[in-house]
Write a protein that binds this ligand. Structure first.
Ligand code: SF4
Ligand code: SF4
Length: 435
């Protein structure tokens, strides 16, 4: 398994006791909406956790119901009793990983992906180069248009969700400082992610430019690493702690007004480092200081006076909430507030914009059928708005929605909020010059 297990990582009695079994969360749960099964609802999953907590064995059935949860935390928003469902499901997965670690092959793959791969820029660069070769050689186009994918079943469907490679990769920027444009108002650190440095290099560049245009010195601390969100969701809490300690040290070695992330999923975990490290006497206090600095880029930009040199972008868009931004961080108004400041842009809200699109980290790979079913419904909501672009605030959602637009949509383009701001700033500068 490659990860040791600590008793306090199990679901705790006090957290389980908060659930009063009222069922008000059921309709907010994507898997319950799909299957109509109590055992695949938040209430049913908590009931199963209680049974295991009271001594029932970890069975394959328990594992299946816990695994099928998207950890989207829609139930947390709906719950009137303050159940921290995200914390509970992460703890249940850590317990499952410790008691039912799976086959040798599963453990080896898991150990490699969640171990060396996600923390190594060299390995991520190699993986990115291989993906780029597949895309640029025409192989991908051939595979997608030939109908070959259908022969490979699940693997074929998963191919459509594979992250792209965007050379030059953003790793080359780590360690640099980008100065504020105009008067310096803030000094911020930007945590650029792990896979995002390969697959969303242009988004990371746009994020830096938008922050610079808003008076920020943008520092990319050299010692930063993967935030550990994927590890936490998979129950690999000890490896997540190793990564968290490294990020805490990288940030606290300097002075920043804020630590910025452009990924809703990463931000949610970064803001919970205090919980992850609460039993570590050396890092407990440092993690709380770190947490106090973390801001999603939407949250940060909405909290300062936005540079108004924005050119019109004549486009109709719809906004898809990232689950971990909306339910995990309660950041909903800020991205909409920023979008409304771009002249010419028309925002058409879709129904159920905060219902999970099925991305959920690597969920769409592990539970492809459920993920694709959720995506199909999501694209129905998107299509009903007539929007020509889907805007969101998390790279994982961007990948899933791009696949959705190709498969079930009208080929709508997909962008992050900061990419639209960047487009608008650049157009303003093209027309008016830099003044
Ligand atoms: S999680 Fe909350 S909303 Fe759902 S059943 Fe328990 S108390 Fe009710
Ligand atoms: S986290 Fe999402 S999928 Fe899991 S139980 Fe809650 S609402 Fe359902």
């Amino acid at each position: 398994m490659g990860d040791s297990f600590l008793e306090f990582d199990k679901p705790q009695q006090a957290d389980l006791d908060k659930c009063v079994h009222c069922g008000l969360c059921l309709n907010a749960c994507p898997t319950y909406r799909e299957l109509g099964l109590e055992m695949d609802s938040p209430r049913g999953r908590i009931y199963q956790m209680v049974q295991v907590h009271n001594g029932a064995p970890v069975t394959p059935s328990y594992q299946e119901h816990i695994d099928l949860c998207l950890a989207c935390r829609g139930c947390e928003t709906a719950c009137p009793s303050g159940v921290q469902y995200g914390k509970l499901v992460e703890a249940a997965r850590a317990h499952i990983a410790a008691t039912a670690p799976g086959s040798f092959l599963a453990r080896a793959v898991r150990g490699f992906v969640f171990g060396p791969l996600l923390r190594s820029p060299v390995l991520l660069r190699i993986a990115g180069a291989l993906i780029y070769l597949y895309e640029a050689s025409g192989m991908q186009k051939l595979v997608r248009t030939s109908g070959l994918l259908k022969l490979f079943g699940d693997l074929g469907r998963i191919e459509q969700l594979a992250p792209p490679a965007e050379p030059p990769f953003f790793f080359s920027q780590i360690g640099k400082t980008f100065p504020a444009e105009g008067e310096r108002r803030h000094r911020v650190a930007f945590l650029a992610g792990c896979i995002a440095n390969v697959s969303f290099a242009r988004l990371n560049e746009a994020t830096v430019r938008v922050l610079q245009r808003n008076g920020c010195d943008v520092v990319l601390p050299a010692d930063q690493t993967c935030c550990g969100a994927l590890h936490v969701h998979a129950g690999m809490r000890e490896e997540a702690r190793r990564l968290a300690r490294r990020n805490v040290d990288a940030i606290l070695a300097d002075q920043f007004d804020a630590v910025i992330t452009n990924a809703g999923g990463c931000g949610s975990t970064l803001k919970e480092y205090d919980e992850l490290l609460e039993h570590d006497p050396q890092y407990k206090e440092k993690a709380a200081r770190f947490k106090s600095l973390v801001r999603d880029v939407n949250e940060f930009l909405a909290s300062i006076e936005l540079n108004p040199k924005l050119a019109p972008v004549e486009r109709t868009i719809t906004y898809q909430d990232s689950c971990h931004l909306a339910h995990g961080q309660k950041v909903r108004k800020q991205p909409r507030h920023l979008l409304r400041q771009i002249p010419g842009l028309t925002l058409k809200e879709m129904p159920l914009s905060d219902l999970c699109c099925g991305s959920a980290g690597i969920y769409n790979v592990l539970h492809n059928e459920m993920a694709m079913s959720l995506l199909e419904k999501k694209m129905g909501y998107v299509n009903s708005t007539g929007a020509e672009m889907i805007v969101t605030a998390n790279p994982g959602c961007m990948l899933q929605l791009s696949a959705g637009a190709r498969i079930h949509g009208r080929n709508q383009s997909v962008a992050h909020v900061v990419e639209l701001l960047d487009e608008s700033y650049r157009e303003y500068e093209r027309v008016n010059g830099r003044n």
